[in-house]
Design a protein around this ligand. Sequence first.
Ligand code: 5GP
Ligand code: ZN
Length: 142
Amino acid sequence: MEQGCIFCQIVRGEAPASIVYEDDTVIAFLDAVPITPGHVLVIPRHHAASLAALDPDDGRHVFTVAQRMTAVLRRSGIHCDAVNLLLNDGVEAGQRVFHIHMHVIPRWANDNARMRRDPDELPAARETLEAIAAQIRAAVET
Ligand code: 5GP
Ligand code: ZN
């Protein structure tokens, strides 16, 4: 656990997050500034700032859960005809939160998704995120 890391705070339950899946190794929750509705982040519970610092077993499980989430999103009822998996490793690659994470981004034709967001883009409303998270959690259980 790293002091001041927002994702470690989510792991500890000290910061709010709309969690869609968790187990002993990873947590998956909705991105606060989603590229499209249902944009999920899968993170290891153990803090690792970069791929170089990531335990390979944790990395395998992050990928396994991200892969599972692609199927969950497709059957959840959320608009999701296709998916981008994205992992930014390093500032120049676009990493902004230095607790490594896999983005799982629902896509569909002409969705106008912009993979680069404005730095001043506002977070989605918590109620909106919670409603989407409930829909995804229901699909996790099926
Ligand atoms: P990166 O650019 O590091 O790959 O992605 C960081 C992601 O974390 C961004 O998509 C951003 O919207 C998301 N994010 C940043 N802070 C928070 C937060 O406090 N809660 C949640 N749920 N997402 C966050
Ligand atoms: Zn952390």
